[in-house]
Write a protein that binds this ligand. Structure first.
Ligand SMILES: Nc1nc2c(c(=O)[nH]1)N[C@H]1C(S)=C(S)[C@@H](COP(=O)(O)OP(=O)(O)OC[C@H]3O[C@@H](n4cnc5c(=O)[nH]c(N)nc54)[C@H](O)[C@@H]3O)O[C@H]1N2
Ligand SMILES: Nc1nc2c(c(=O)[nH]1)N[C@H]1C(S)=C(S)[C@@H](COP(=O)(O)OP(=O)(O)OC[C@H]3O[C@@H](n4cnc5c(=O)[nH]c(N)nc54)[C@H](O)[C@@H]3O)O[C@H]1N2
Ligand SMILES: [Mo]
Length: 812
């Protein structure tokens, strides 16, 4: 089979004004690099990628420091090159299991952002409405004074923390201890709520506990790879290289792509299903109907390891391919072909990401992918894995350390024994850890701030004024006088602009810690250079806060006794011992010597564990599980009795839900679907990639992706300035006509305002348009569905600015 993705001229050239593309530099033009084909069961060949600034030679580098990529969740092992105390480049680590030396295009160039001249270097305090520089002592005193006053007054429920998927494990664990047992608030969540809350919930619902069953090495063995709402080519570039290398080798796997948009993934796929946004559950029910009806199941595996088959069979009975076709807009024949591909696969690997996670029945749809693997007995064997993907580099750690709406070590808030265990580890009484209901999710925290019962919000490592839905509302909530807003970041952002206190953080490369990728691989990241000015590691800031607040354990000793990241890591190992995410066999020294290691890593498994559930041994016993689950349709938590009734005693559970259409659908006023997402060259709100010349030049400004038919209906031509509006707001950008499904518009969500001025005047951020709504089970917001309209603002000559690999209308 030919390698269709590496040698095609993708359409950056197409958008160039004068016919022939002018080739952009290096890997911008060749995002996945050169192919290194390999066959099923073989080891993925090495290919070491490197980029050194200013044509420097490797011999001119003073020292190399180990780390892993921090602009996605792939966990590609890399080294930072330092010369004269400055970062000068990067190279991949050939020996590492994750990337075998390869680096994604964003990682090759992205490190340059940390040396950007506009880094935050001193704390800022708001005085008379204006942010002014101050010393750390003054800034921390301002924070602790406010925290104490609130604790003495309305109490801990008036304080909340909103953190990240981009700090380090040690930072999350310290923060979880401070917030939960120190202050006693349950208002602590991560931006993982927007990102992988559904991955976590889907794993809990099916297997009783979070924890990625599969491994990236499943790509080496699979004969069929299905990508459900996952644009892997643009969002996990090195993983995609691995797929492309299998596709280019002998006995290549076949690919299934489920995405309303065409792109590099659909171009490499045998079957491309283009559902209407928000109809994933209908599609999955249709696929499962067909798999069951054709007898493509594994009755022995089901009998031994799975419960709830009858329920699933009943649920999908009403969804033959015709019914699924009606709901999704995909022809029934295509649904049948896809079901055959999935049903007859010998070794099936599935990946799931935001096309499924950011919609109204996110958990219910993601769980059906688990169900597919369970009824086919395709789990825990080489080539048979589910990757309920993560997005951010350290999202896994936010979840396992309990810095989101979970408790550390995947403990169950509703299980009194788990609370006692945690209290013992933290040397406090169980009542110090709030557990009278599920921990507060972010969208609820925003509502509490809006109402005025949340009075202090400490934001670290996230930019909610661009990344949350319905920005007009978010700006109003975060900008209120009565909310004391602390924001800790590397750069001035749309969110720091609203803060009362801004704390300058040291970032990746400037601090030491560990983090874990989407397939449970832990890497050590060493400090390579000093942070600028007075910027400090987030860990130091949190520990300083704990000391100043004089947080104590039951015996009166300091509750948070640590000073160095390695001490926190050692403490975390104890907290994780015996839990699914067991780190007890890891040390900094081992990670340094060996590179990436997959948890659980214990005395029995000193080099980690490649796949979970290899013997169908799920962590679902009521005494052990992380969650008793939720009703997938309403989100209501199940109690222990309801959970026991599902009979999950060590078995996986087939959870189901009926399909309901998305809450907001196109109508006469707003006739189009709007969906949003990512593109190759930028990371999120561009605070880093927007400061990197190579990446910013490759995709400098916002655009609107629209089909030929929808564009011409609105009188819009390629490159024209157009407006997309929804019931929440309007944005303007130039149109790019692509092979996107008719009736659907796509906007990248990367473009906010830090580099163009304020949000006043013409707005461009995609989240001006998105609704305040979330999946009832995972509480993940709906960034992928909504009703919109398109209108021409003015004709503009020439094409829109470049954007990366957009599939043109003529090849879709
Ligand atoms: N280049 C780049 N890479 C990144 C990031 C980045 O910002 N830039 N961010 C990282 C993070 S945090 C994350 S979470 C991941 C996200 O990685 P992905 O999930 O791959 O990225 P998205 O673009 O958000 O969404 C994936 C696809 O879902 C499709 N989609 C939209 N609506 C639907 C639908 O209703 N059904 C289906 N089946 N598909 C739909 C979109 O067309 C899109 O192509 O990427 C990580 N990697
Ligand atoms: N419309 C729409 N909206 C979306 C999405 C979508 O697909 N569509 N996707 C959602 C998803 S999956 C995600 S993950 C979110 C991402 O949303 P955000 O988390 O808001 O995105 P980032 O731009 O990565 O913001 C991270 C911030 O942390 C800072 N930072 C980086 N490293 C450090 C550090 O070590 N310490 C500190 N203190 N700060 C640091 C960066 O400078 C940056 O300002 O967006 C969500 N919003
Ligand atoms: Mo994400």
């Amino acid at each position: 089979m030919s390698d269709r993705s590496s040698d095609r001229t993708w359409s950056l050239g197409r958008t160039h004004p004068r016919g022939r593309p002018s080739r952009p530099p290096g890997r911008i033009a060749e995002p996945w690099g050169r192919r290194t084909p390999y066959g099923a069961g073989e080891q993925w060949p090495e290919r070491v990628d490197s980029f050194l600034a200013g044509g420097l030679a490797a011999a001119e580098v003073d020292q190399w420091f180990p780390t892993a990529s921090n602009l996605h969740s792939n966990g590609d092992a890399m080294e930072l090159a330092v010369r004269d105390g400055r970062l000068v480049g990067v190279r991949g680590v050939a020996e590492d299991r994750v990337n075998r030396g390869r680096l994604d295009v964003k990682d090759l160039y992205g490190w340059q952002a940390i040396a950007s001249p506009d880094r935050l270097t001193r704390p800022l305090l708001r005085e008379d409405g204006v942010l002014r520089e101050a010393g750390w002592d003054t800034a921390m005193a301002r924070i602790t004074d406010r925290a104490r006053a609130l604790l003495d007054g309305p109490g801990p429920a008036s304080i909340g923390f909103y953190t990240s998927g981009q700090l380090f494990l040690e930072e999350y664990y310290a923060l979880a201890l401070i917030a939960r047992a120190g202050l006693g608030t349950k208002h602590l969540d991560g931006n993982t709520r927007l990102c992988t809350a559904t991955a976590a919930e889907a794993l809990k619902e099916s297997f009783g506990c979070d924890g990625q069953p599969g491994s990236y090495s499943d790509i080496d063995h699979a004969d069929t790879i299905a990508l459900f709402g996952h644009n892997m080519a643009e969002t996990q570039g090195v993983l995609w290289s691995r797929v492309l290398d299998r596709v280019a080798g002998p006995d290549p796997p076949v690919l299934l792509c489920v995405d309303p948009r065409p792109g590099p993934v659909s171009e490499a796929a045998t079957i491309h299903l283009q559902p209407r946004p928000g109809t994933n559950l209908a599609l999955m029910n249709g696929l499962l109907h067909e798999v069951i009806a054709q007898g493509w199941t594994d009755p022995d595996y089901i009998e031994a390891h799975v419960t709830g088959f009858d329920r699933l069979e009943r649920q999908v009975a009403a969804f033959p391919a015709e019914a699924a076709a009606e709901a999704t807009g995909i022809p029934a024949e295509q649904i049948r072909s896809a079901a055959r591909l999935l049903g007859q696969a010998g070794r099936l690997l599935s990946t799931v990401l935001q096309g499924f996670y950011q919609s109204h029945q996110a958990t219910a749809a993601a769980v059906q992918v688990n169900n597919l693997h369970l009824i086919r007995g395709m789990l825990g064997k080489p080539g048979c894995g589910v990757l309920q993907m993560n997005g951010q580099p350290t999202a896994q750690n936010t979840r396992e350390c309990g810095a989101d709406g979970d408790l550390p070590g995947f403990r169950n808030w509703a299980n009194a024994r788990h609370i006692e265990e945690l209290a013992k580890i933290w040397r406090v009484t169980p009542d110090r850890i709030p557990h009278d209901g599920p921990p507060t999710h972010l969208m609820e925290m925003i509502r509490l701030a809006e109402e005025g019962s949340l009075r202090m919000l400490w934001v670290s490592g996230t930019n909610p004024a661009v990344s949350l839905p319905e920005l007009e509302r978010i700006r109003a909530v975060l900008g209120q006088d009565r909310l004391f807003l602390v924001v800790q970041d590397l750069f001035p952002t749309e969110t720091t602009a609203l803060a009362d206190v801004v704390l300058p953080a040291a970032g990746w490369g400037e601090k030491t810690g560990t983090f874990t990728n989407a397939d449970r691989t832990v890497h050590l990241s060493l400090k390579a250079v000093d942070p600028p000015g007075e910027a400090r590691p987030d860990l130091d800031v949190f520990l300083d806060f704990a000391r100043r607040m004089d947080l104590r354990d039951t015996a009166g000793r300091p509750l948070v006794p640590w000073r160095e990241p390695e001490e926190v890591f050692e403490a975390w190992k104890e907290c994780s011992r015996g839990r699914p995410c067991d780190y007890s066999g890891l040390t900094y020294a081992l990670l340094r010597e060996h590179g990436g290691i997959q948890w659980p890593c214990t005395v029995e498994h000193p080099r980690g564990t490649e796949r979970l559930y290899t013997r169908g041994d799920f962590r679902s016993r009521p005494s052990d599980c992380e969650s008793y689950g939720r009703d997938l349709l309403t989100g209501t938590p199940l109690d222990e009795a309801a959970y026991r009734a599902l009979n999950p005693d060590g078995k996986a559970v087939l959870r189901t839900a009926p399909y309901v259409p998305p809450p907001e659908q196109p109508d006469a006023d707003y006739p189009l679907w709007l969906t949003t997402g990512r593109t190759l060259f930028h990371f999120h709100t561009r605070t880093r990639t927007g400061r990197v010349p190579e990446l910013q030049a490759a995709a400098p400004d916002m655009w609107i992706e629209v089909s030929e038919a929808d564009a011409s209906a609105a009188g819009v031509r390629e490159g024209d300035l157009a407006e997309v509006s929804t019931r929440r707001g309007a944005v303007r950008a130039r149109a790019r006509i692509t092979g996107i499904r008719e009736g659907v518009l796509f906007l990248p969500f990367h473009y906010g305002y830090w580099d163009t001025g304020t949000a006043d005047g013409h707005r461009r951020a995609a989240n001006e348009l998105t609704p305040t709504d979330w999946d009832p089970a995972s509480k993940q917001p709906l960034f992928k569905t909504g009703a919109a309209r398109l209108r021409l603002i003015e004709h503009r000559p020439g094409p829109p600015p470049p954007a990366g690999p957009v599939t043109p209308r003529d090849t879709a």
